[in-house]
Ligand binder design. Structure first.
Ligand SMILES: NC(=O)c1ccc[n+]([C@@H]2O[C@H](COP(=O)([O-])OP(=O)(O)OC[C@H]3O[C@@H](n4cnc5c(N)ncnc54)[C@H](O)[C@@H]3O)[C@@H](O)[C@H]2O)c1
Length: 300
């Protein structure tokens, strides 16, 4: 297997800047591209800030910090990606936008380059198919925040070559993650199991199996989860959860992935979870308290 040396990252937002940072830290030459110059500067600035902080805290030597930053360059034009060995895309979650980018990259980047999408919900093959290299096209699904979360899912499409999948796994391991291989099915590996679980916690609550606090305590204390599923729903955002569920429902046509009635109504009421202050919990005070409007098993 030929070793990858130069990694291109397109999209310098929440995910892209993190992917660029962990790649540069692992010794790759990195070219970070964002069509929006201000977004590019912001992403590069966050990486610079994090590396400088690590140097200040003596978690990283000054020379190593400088070397990491020297390996990272930014550009607003995809022409800068021409010589890359792998390009990872982290732009908006929209198939038309992604395919527009892939068509341009297919022309602009050397034919041996492996393409990888960080999509959360789109089928990887739908993107691979618009390029001339579907065999060298994989999914690399990172978790937020990229610098902290230790998993990357390597997604094998029906058209991907073993070599491309192996290259994705080798890249994931070199950046210090555990790389798990999975197939190109909605939700990939983690969300395929996690999303129906998060929805089922809502269904159980609707059925009256227990209060909000009882369900969350059950999973923290009885199953060793770091947080209960209803708290997790509020952290993820109820509209984000529902969107992920709908995408999986579209693909599988299985009731496990359908949005439960209560979830739909909470979204309609504008309760999106922590970000709006109200979800399964009321987040407006110093400590979250179960949302009294829906906690049917509360004692009155
Ligand atoms: N946010 C998450 O928790 C998460 C987790 C896993 C995967 N993802 C996926 O990662 C991708 C990026 O998500 P994000 O949260 O980082 O988004 P974001 O909005 O923070 O960043 C996207 C960036 O892409 C840039 N961009 C848009 N179109 C472009 C184009 N044609 N060419 C170059 N740059 C372009 C934008 O200027 C923006 O800076 C999405 O596909 C998303 O589904 C997100």
């Amino acid at each position: 297997m030929t070793e990858l040396k130069t990694i291109g990252v397109v999209g310098a937002g929440l995910m892209g800047h993190g992917i660029a940072q962990v790649s540069a830290q692992a010794g790759y030459e990195v070219v970070l591209v964002d069509a929006d110059g201000a977004a590019l500067e912001k992403g590069l600035g966050v990486v610079r800030g994090q590396v400088e902080k690590a140097v200040a805290k003596e978690k990283l030597g000054a020379a190593d910090g400088e070397a990491i930053l020297a390996r990272l360059t930014g550009a607003t034009d995809v022409a800068a990606l021409a010589g890359c060995d792998m390009v990872i895309e982290a732009i908006v979650e929209n198939l038309e936008a992604k395919n527009g980018l892939w068509r341009t990259l297919d022309e602009a980047v050397q034919p041996s380059c492996i393409f990888a999408t960080n999509t959360s919900s789109l089928a990887v093959i739908d993107q691979a198919a618009v390029t001339s290299r579907p065999d060298r096209f994989i999914g690399l699904h990172f978790f937020n925040p990229v610098q902290v979360m230790r998993l990357v899912e390597v997604v094998r499409t029906i058209a991907a070559s073993d070599e491309a999948v192996r290259a994705g796994i080798a890249y994931g391991e070199r950046i210090g993650k555990t790389a798990v291989e999975t197939r190109d099915r909605a939700g990939f590996l983690v969300n395929r199991i996690l999303v129906p679980f998060m929805l089922d916690a809502i269904r159980g609550f609707e059925e009256g199996i227990g209060s909000i606090e009882a369900i969350d305590a059950g999973f923290r204390l009885g199953a060793g989860h770091p947080m209960g599923p209803l708290t997790l729903n509020d952290f993820v955002g109820l509209e984000t959860l529902s969107r992920a569920a709908e995408g999986m429902y579209e693909e599988y046509r299985d009731a496990r992935f359908a949005t439960p009635p209560l979830l739909r109504k909470m979204i309609a009421a504008g309760w999106y979870g922590k970000k709006t202050g109200l979800g399964f919990y009321d987040w407006s005070g110093p400590e979250p308290v179960p949302n009294p409007k829906i906690d049917l098993l509360r004692t009155v």
